[in-house]
Structures are given as structure tokens and as C-alpha cells.
Design a protein around this ligand. Structure first.
Ligand code: DAH
Length: 337
């Protein structure tokens, strides 16, 4: 074989080996740079070919020279492409281990208010209560009138209400100040027996502080049937307290006044050595029953209203009710479930 023939076959061989070596490299690290130095470097294999070129006849140089240059261009270009490709799929540390687990995507979780509402509703659900929701915009009739709160009643003054400009057929609208309007709406649409809890948002026009929000939640409860007595009210709410706060939870009922119940009570739980009020309740007022077309001599019932944020504050030692609304992830992410 002449010098020229051998250099031509060396070019072919070099091309094959160089490309297949490069193909085996999958990380942009020293190996890649070593490849470059060994083939394209100043003392690399292509340079050696150039040196041999000097030893062949001038006529042959014209044939062989461009072939070496072509190979050099091809190797250069393939090298750059290969390196770019690797950079695209590996991280910048230069190391790509595709056996590692993927990056953690942060996932959302339920809001603490949602969690406590679900917990309380589940406690009642296990006692046979169904769960319904109502509208946040109410009419004066349902928020006050049908609940035995006439316009001149002092109880209406207690609630500084957010009234809306919109009114239909003379009916004034407002953001409901409590979930109790759902009592009348449910009774109008259903016949006893009724056992229902209604979670939802309520609004009052009031200054906020650590224990008051102008936007908050309530869970209304209503049970109506023949012969429902005060002992059913006590038993049901006591059982709920045990489910939420623990089986040895102590509760206390005291007289209270709400226009839509008679008698009315509030229930406190013994928490950290103190009695803390968590709900209002009572036997549904005969006027409320007759207002929705029920006969108070035929059916009776009890109702209650719970502030779920307050319950969560006790259970989770939350000092400020405003935490529920300021969307601070440091607070919210403590409630992952
Ligand atoms: N609606 C009352 C409030 O917002 C809470 C309440 C008290 C609801 C007694 C009731 C009840 O159903 O029987 O303060």
C-alpha cells in the first residue's frame, strides 16, 4: 500500500472511531474535553494525519488534503452539536443521573377553614345529618324576618350588616350575617324529619381584631321532627364536642337569647382550664316553625350555629383569627393533611 493509500484508509478509520467514541459520551465533563484534545487538539490524531500529509507526493496532497480538512470540519461540528445536546438534557452541574427520582413539585393542600368545616360536618354526618349549602347573598326576609327578628327588634341592631344596593321587587338584599336564614329555606322546601348542617361564609360590618373578622364562617344545624326535645339537642352537641375535642371533653350549657329559638343556650367547652363558648343553640321558636308553614303543635326541633374558625383556633392554638385570611404560606402550610 502506498503512503497515499494508507493515509486515505486512515482518514476513514479515524472518522469511524472518532464518531463512535463521541457517541458514547453522555455527560459534558472531562471525557468530552479529552475527546476533543485527542482528536482535534494540537497534538491530536488529526494533526498526526497532517504530518503524514507532508510526506506524500504533491499531486496526492491535492486529493488527500481536502479530505483531512473535511474530516476536521465534520468532527468539529459534530462535537459542538453533541455538546449542546448534552447540555440541553443535563443539569448545569455537569452530572446527569437518570436513575434519580424527579424534582419535587410543590403541591397545594386544604385551607385550615376547609379542614375544620369538614371535620365538624363529618361529626354530624356520622349522626345522620346531611350537608347543604346556601347563598351568601340573602334577603331581609330570610336573614331577619322569618327568624323572628322584626325590623324594630333590638337584635337587628346588634348586627351591623353589609347591605347591597340591588333589590328585587322591593326586597332588600344583604351579605348574610349568619347561616341561620337557611333554616327557613330548608323548612320551606322539605317536610320533617329534617337533620341538616349548613356550612358557609357570613359577613358583618365590623372592625377586625384578633378574635373578630368581618368575613367568617358558620355551620348552621337544624333538626326537626315529631317529639324532638331539649335532651336531643344536648346529646347531639355533646357528642359533636367529644368527636372534635376528645372523648373526655367536658361541656357546659347556659341560658342565652336568640330571637329564633326558645329556650336559647350557648355551649362552652372546658379548654385549658377555662370555659370557652363555641356555639349558640336552642329549640326552634314556634313563630319560626309557623312562619314556614309548619304546625308547632305537631313538630318541634333544635337549631345551632357554630363558628368553625373559633373551633380551629382552640384546637390548633391559633392566636389571631385574621391568620385565616392573610394567605401567609408559613401559616397555611402547617395544616397539610
Ligand atoms: N345565628 C347566630 C349568630 O350568628 C348563631 C345561632 C345561635 C344559630 C343560636 C342558631 C341558634 O341556630 O339556635 O350569632
Amino acid at each position: 500500500m502506498t503512503n497515499t493509500e494508507s493515509i486515505l484508509s486512515e482518514i476513514d478509520e479515524l472518522k469511524q472511531i472518532a464518531l463512535s467514541d463521541l457517541d458514547k459520551l453522555h455527560a459534558d465533563d472531562d471525557q468530552l474535553e479529552n475527546w476533543r484534545i485527542s482528536y482535534l487538539g494540537r497534538n491530536g490524531k488529526l494533526s498526526s494525519l497532517m504530518k503524514i500529509l507532508a510526506t506524500i507526493p504533491n499531486d496526492d496532497k491535492r486529493l488527500v488534503g481536502p479530505k483531512i480538512n473535511d474530516l476536521k470540519d465534520q468532527l468539529n461540528k459534530t462535537f459542538v452539536d453533541h455538546k449542546n445536546n448534552i447540555n440541553k438534557i443535563e443539569d448545569k452541574s455537569g452530572y446527569f443521573d437518570n436513575s434519580l427520582p424527579g424534582l419535587n413539585l410543590s403541591s397545594g393542600n386544604y385551607h385550615p377553614t376547609t379542614l375544620i368545616i369538614r371535620e365538624i360536618c363529618q361529626a354530624f354526618g356520622s349522626m345522620g345529618f346531611e350537608i347543604l349549602e346556601g347563598k351568601e347573598i340573602e334577603t331581609e326576609k330570610y336573614n331577619f324576618d322569618l327568624l323572628n327578628i322584626p325590623s324594630d327588634h333590638p337584635a337587628r341592631d346588634q348586627w351591623d350588616t353589609i347591605w347591597l344596593n340591588a333589590s328585587t321587587e322591593g326586597e332588600k338584599h344583604l351579605l348574610r350575617t349568619h347561616t341561620s336564614p337557611m333554616q327557613a329555606r330548608i323548612m320551606e322546601n322539605k317536610n320533617p324529619p329534617i337533620r341538616v348542617v349548613v356550612p358557609g361564609k357570613c359577613y358583618r360590618y365590623e372592625a377586625t381584631d384578633a378574635t373578630h373578622e368581618w368575613e367568617f364562617h358558620q355551620i348552621e344545624g337544624l333538626a326537626v321532627d315529631k317529639d324532638i326535645s331539649f335532651s336531643e339537642l344536648k346529646g347531639t352537641l355533646f357528642e359533636m364536642a367529644r368527636k372534635i375535642f376528645g372523648s373526655d371533653q367536658k361541656v357546659r350549657f347556659r341560658c342565652d337569647f336568640f330571637p329564633f329559638v326558645e329556650p336559647g343556650v350557648d355551649m362552652s367547652i372546658l379548654w385549658d382550664g377555662k370555659w370557652i363558648e363555641i356555639l349558640g343553640a336552642g329549640m326552634v321558636h314556634p313563630k319560626v316553625l309557623s312562619g314556614v308553614g309548619y304546625d308547632p303543635s305537631e313538630v318541634s326541633g333544635f337549631a345551632f350555629g357554630i363558628g368553625p374558625e373559633r373551633v380551629s383556633m382552640l384546637k390548633n392554638k391559633i392566636k389571631d383569627i385574621r391568620n385565616f385570611h392573610i394567605n401567609d404560606l408559613r401559616f397555611l402550610s402547617q395544616f397539610v393533611r
